[in-house]
Design a protein around this ligand. Structure first.
Ligand code: DC
Length: 232
């Protein structure tokens, strides 16, 4: 018999890590995936790729039908530690501030979110998946075995972003970054489809005073606990 019975755990468990931007969830999710030998989904990258694709093709970011069409057929792939769009290495391009802004806009369109659903779910492959985003635990993998909502104060997140920018040789204003962080949180939390909010069964992990390694260990411990519970 191939179909798993309702009592058999799915062969590809999913750990969801959601939270606001610059909460450190991307780094934590990637390290958890490496520690467990699981696949990793950076769902934000798919929204960024959709926005970049629309910008390149001159499609207006509020043209829901056309942007959704692009999202449904994104010629994107992730390999060799890079992100590719139609054979072009866009690893750095999708991290540009303007593309982040665009991603936040297209992410508010219901048809775009619907178009990316199957693509995200296809990442669920043995031996398991760590999925990073905003609605992984609430919508895309609502039945995940372990869910985490990673957060940190807007000030702490702005400070982390500030350090990253300065290290890369860019100039930045901490005050402007805090305001930016608060504005983006408000937009991601207020949208009607899949707003940024913790799943009711998610572990809330506030990393304001926590380093990356402690956050990774906390997620791994939570997963071990959830896995043991799901076998009872
Ligand atoms: O995590 P990120 O900054 O790369 O995400 C880019 C944008 O995409 C951000 O504005 C939130 C949105 N997003 C989303 O709405 N749902 C997700 N699962 C992931 C990202």
């Amino acid at each position: 018999m191939n179909a798993a019975s309702p009592l058999t755990p799915h062969p590809s468990p999913v750990i969801t890590i959601d939270g606001p931007s610059a909460s450190g969830k991307g780094t934590v999710a990637e390290r958890v995936a490496t520690a467990l030998g699981f696949h990793f989904l950076d769902s934000g990258a798919l929204y960024r790729l959709t926005a970049l694709s629309a910008m390149k093709q001159g499609v207006a970011l509020d043209d829901e039908a056309r942007v959704a069409e692009l999202a449904a057929h994104l010629p994107a792939s992730f390999h060799d530690g890079s992100v590719w769009l139609s054979g072009e290495n866009v690893t750095d391009a999708i991290r540009a501030e303007a593309v982040g802004e665009g991603a936040s806009k297209v992410a508010a369109l219901p048809a775009v979110r619907a178009a990316l659903l199957d693509r995200q779910r296809a990442y669920r492959q043995p031996p398991g998946l760590v999925a990073d985003g905003r609605d992984m635990g609430t919508v895309v993998f609502a039945a995940a075995v372990a869910k985490v909502f990673l957060t940190a104060s807007a000030e702490a997140r702005a400070e982390r972003r500030y350090k990253q920018l300065i290290e890369k040789g860019n100039s930045a204003s901490l005050t402007a970054l805090v305001a930016d962080m608060q504005a983006r949180d408000a937009r991601d939390s207020a949208r009607t489809v899949a707003p940024l909010k913790p799943a009711p069964d998610a572990l809330l992990l506030d990393t304001t005073h926590m380093d990356i390694e402690s956050a990774v260990q906390a997620v791994l411990a939570h997963y071990a606990l959830c896995k043991a519970r799901s076998k009872q």
